[in-house]
Design a protein around this ligand. Structure first.
Ligand SMILES: Cc1cc2nc3c(=O)[nH]c(=O)nc-3n(C[C@H](O)[C@H](O)[C@H](O)COP(=O)(O)OP(=O)(O)OC[C@H]3O[C@@H](n4cnc5c(N)ncnc54)[C@H](O)[C@@H]3O)c2cc1C
Length: 283
């Protein structure tokens, strides 16, 4: 069992990982090898102390290099469920289970809202993980929302299993061209009874499906961690970065505005110190 699991490889996650590493904690860090998409996209950053005027691409590169220098690696997997088990947390990431005494959510803020009724069909036809649930849809008809080029290989995998895939894409330059994959417009709503039965698009088209895969860069906090307290799009924390669930912390954009690198780094540092304190109290 890990002392801590960090979910999210942006500035908040890196800041916490550096601190836990210095304190020789046994932790696992989930996130993209590309680090933060958001930092990467910033044209010019002028207000992060010590680095002068810098492009987001350059700062992201520096952050990656800092992690490498400290011999910290990310596990390039999307965590889709965090379960509070009382004394520890269980995490599901692409079909593998992990256990940790504490968890830090540094997942960034989820801008895109889920589809109408999406949350009501989680585990009843709506899935966030192709590797975990793809086999359930062998020979069936599914819809897939692909929110990033990063997940195109997962769409290809699902297309190998399913008979028919209706694909809605949330970015430019999608390269998927497979005989059983049909591109559709923007998904609006999920419908069904005990299980999902169909999706409907903004243009009014209704498509019967057996399942819907939502492949996004981040999940809504309440989808990721059942029982977590939120305020709108943000996770509610106190000044120790504690959430309402003991042992679960949050830092960075996911806790609220201002969406700034300096704030994310500061909160990641506070959370890591609190995690260390929590672990020493427990032991
Ligand atoms: C265009 C633009 C310009 C900006 N300019 C500035 C600026 O000039 N100055 C400034 O201070 N800030 C700026 N920002 C804001 C800054 O980028 C953010 O405040 C900062 O990146 C937040 O860091 P974070 O660690 O909270 O989250 P993020 O940087 O969003 O990182 C979160 C990471 O977690 C990963 N993740 C999420 N969920 C999961 C999961 N379930 N499993 C595994 N991984 C997961 C994501 O893929 C992502 O890599 C800008 C943002 C944008 C978009």
């Amino acid at each position: 069992m890990y002392d801590a699991a960090i979910i999210g490889s942006g500035p908040a996650g890196l800041s916490a990982a550096l601190c836990l590493k210095l304190h020789e904690k046994n932790f696992i860090w989930f996130g993209s090898m590309a680090f933060s998409d958001k930092v990467e996209k910033s044209e010019k950053i002028a207000n992060y102390p010590g680095v002068g005027m810098i492009s987001g691409e350059e700062l992201n590169k520096k952050m990656r290099a800092h992690a490498e220098e400290m011999e910290i690696e990310t596990v390039d997997k999307m965590v889709t469920t965090v379960g509070a088990m009382g004394d520890y947390f269980s995490l599901l990431a692409e079909n593998e289970m992990y256990e940790a005494k504490t968890v830090l959510l540094s997942t960034g803020v989820v801008q895109a809202k889920g589809f109408v009724n999406e949350e009501n069909f989680v585990g009843r036809g709506v899935s966030y993980c192709a590797t975990c649930d793809g086999f359930l849809y062998k020979g069936k008809t599914i819809a897939v929302f692909c929110g990033s080029k990063r997940y195109e290989h997962e769409v290809a995998y699902l297309a190998e299993l399913a008979e028919k895939v209706y694909l809605s894409v949330g970015y430019k330059d999608c390269d998927i061209d497979l005989p059983n994959v049909e591109r559709i417009g923007v998904i609006k709503e999920v419908a069904g009874g005990l299980k999902i039965k169909s999706i409907s698009l903004f243009d009014g088209t209704e498509i019967p499906v057996d399942g819907l895969f939502c492949l996004r860069n981040a999940l809504a906090p309440t989808t990721l961690v059942p029982g977590i307290e939120i305020d709108g799009a943000h996770i509610v924390v106190n000044r120790k970065q504690e959430t309402n669930l003991p042992g679960l912390y949050a830092a960075g954009d996911c806790t609220g505005r201002p969406y700034q690198i300096a704030k994310a780094v500061g909160e990641g540092n506070v959370a890591a110190h609190e995690i260390i304190e929590f672990l020493s109290r427990k032991n």
